[in-house]
Design a protein around this ligand. Sequence first.
Ligand SMILES: Nc1ncnc2c1ncn2[C@@H]1O[C@H](COP(=O)(O)OP(=O)(O)O)[C@@H](O)[C@H]1O
Ligand SMILES: [Mg+2]
Length: 259
Amino acid sequence: MGARILAVANQKGGVGKTTTALTLGAALARQGGKVLVMDLDPHGNASVHLTFYPENLDYTAYDLFHAEEGDAGVWDRIIKRREGLVFDFVPGHIRLSELEVDLKDRKNKGLILSEALARVRDRYDFVLLDCPPHVGVLLVNALVASDLVIIPIQTDFLALYGIRLLFDTIRLLNKVLPRPVRFMALATMHDRRASACRRILRLMRDKLGERVFETVINLDTRFRDACAQGRVIFELDPDTRGALEYSQLAKEIVSHENT
Ligand SMILES: Nc1ncnc2c1ncn2[C@@H]1O[C@H](COP(=O)(O)OP(=O)(O)O)[C@@H](O)[C@H]1O
Ligand SMILES: [Mg+2]
């Protein structure tokens, strides 16, 4: 069976996708899981965050989509490790944005990632995919490959409006996929002192019911500090609120798996 594949997706930018992929990945690894995090966003924010600068790298996620069938070595070329980092990492690259054109005539182009992941799945317990903020061949590959889509939703008014597009995409895919895409919404950057935020959180729970994680990620300025230092928040302070909340989320995900 192998790794569970978790895609972190939302068309809206700045909602906490990258932070969630990296911090949840670290939390799952700290709880004993073997974890791979992949940066599938052409912006490469996750890569830069971890100080893997795409312009200095010979191999990135981009190469996975152009590897010859049966190229067993491609994963070993693109997987990066570094001191202090508790998970394996595949950096992204600006050229990921060219895939739309590159793969135009390719058959089964939505299955490239899931077929490639089948070759490393037994090495890991979890694979997290940091998705791009737009609908296209990359996002489709990630959604098709995933066992669960985690949708970070900032608890502000405009965020709720923005997720309709993603639900439309999922609904469309579910019509053609052999197994439906499962999703869970995650409330992020929550400000519990703000009544507007609390109201949005209530709305999310009313509308989506069990499809919202119990765990809520509150605002924590240490996330920005972590990013600026090229680290994941646990490397700064494992007891900061944001770290504890992502640990809680990791437990929730593991317990879901067992039910
Ligand atoms: N819970 C949080 N509290 C405070 N800042 C956060 C939180 N989560 C993310 N951030 C910050 O918000 C910004 C956008 O987050 P990011 O994860 O990059 O979003 P996305 O990947 O969806 O564009 C980053 O500067 C990040 O450090
Ligand atoms: Mg991002």
